[in-house]
Design a protein around this ligand. Sequence first.
Ligand code: 0X9
Ligand code: ZN
Length: 510
Amino acid sequence: MNKRLSTASGWLAATLTGAVAVGCSLSTPVIAPGASQIAGNVGTLSLQGRRFVQTGETAVSISYRSKAELQKLVDAGLDVWMVQPGTVSGAVSRQLLNELKENGVTFTMLSPTEGYSIRSTFDRGYQTTASLPGTMWALAAKYPAICKVEDFGDSWEKTTGKGGSDLLMFHIGAGNNKAQKPGIVFFGNHHARELVTVEIPLRLATLLLEGYGKDPAITDLVDTRDIYIAPMINPDGHVHAEKGESWRKNTHSDKADVTVEDRGYFGTDLNRNYGFKWASGGASSNPTDETYMGKSAFSEPETQAVRDFMVSHKNIKIMMSYHSFSNLILWPWGWSNSPTPDADKLSTIGKKLAAPGKYTPEQASDLYVASGITDDFTYGQLGMLSFTTEIGTWNDHFDPPYSRVDKFWGENKDGALYLIKLAGETNAAFGPEPRLENGKVVFDGHGVTGKVTEVETYVGKPGAPGTGTKVAVKGESIDLTGIEATGKGRVYARGRDANGNWGPAMAIRL
Ligand code: 0X9
Ligand code: ZN
């Protein structure tokens, strides 16, 4: 019996009647008869229509009866793709597959054959490692007064003379005193195969730059915030994803000769390598696993670059890291099941971020405990409000057609703008958020904060709550009639709910 999966209380305490179901064909329902008896099981998942390729890994759907059982699988190196009640789906190494069998764990094969896992597709609409720098420079060059592309580090291949890439970010903001302004950072693509996570940051940068001077709220945010957007943290891994490999980690390899079955010898999981509570569960110490934590905390040049950037930009108040998939909004802790001291604030913000796309908001460890993740470092070490968004559904997987990006951007655009607003006044998280919609200022609590009951405006710059000019509220909005008479200069609005919570101020006229 394998030590990693068995415990005294008995992973094997087999109340499960289902035998190990192996060798399912693609047309076979993927939930084994035994698995269907597990409470909370929510139906079948399949990878129908997918191509498979020999990687040494096998795609499986595993039944679990408790959070502790799920965690054991994650700790043992399961590459989690999606968690559902009673079932977790993902890829297992040959070793873990054998352990599942030896321990009588109920699982079904999603792969047609052992040792074959999913082949990704790469829609040519997506940015590549080669195309992204040019795209970023070209966009920034159109807005030189408010945007620069900054090189904040090197990929592993670059640091080791194997080619590789610079790590690039947009730095957006007006004026020369940016470092004195409240800052925010957005990251994409810690995990190479999560293709849409490059595009969302890119769309955000485009929105901010194209909206500057046109949209009052965007213009004011660019004027008053210090905004950093790094679309691709893992350019080396992304090159593999572009070839159709389901590549997650960076490409760090200390092994000279690798075969196709040794694929896992390459790479450290960049979202297990951060140095806050590194190696505290949900991360593998085996270099062949997809969740390999690395030799030491911050062993990778990519995480070092993020660390050094964050540590030297103390004005940054909020961090968002985009991942895929599962339609989730997550916040710290990831390494511990305990709530953080900021749980109220993080969950209030998280619920609002989740609302437009109907994502599930939860503390990251509610999904499973994982350590060395970006959010725990930026929150735990640096005190920044930190979030992870997991974009897309099971059917989207890691490689949806590029045409899906419009929908994903629609689900995440308002949340990104909301975070930029909040970076200036994070305590305003509990109040209603103003948004401009068809010539009206709509106060959107997304059903999370209370409805707006009081609105005030300020001219010139946003004043403290309670110090502005009262404006009549009509339903959930105010119209802009009368705002013209407020005097010269930029006009801001701020709302309050019936519980007395003030939300963030937003520019409604330039
Ligand atoms: O496992 C990850 O790194 C993230 N999921 S992904 O499918 N994009 O790989 C989620 C990390 C969230 N944190 C915790 N679950 N603790
Ligand atoms: Zn990810």
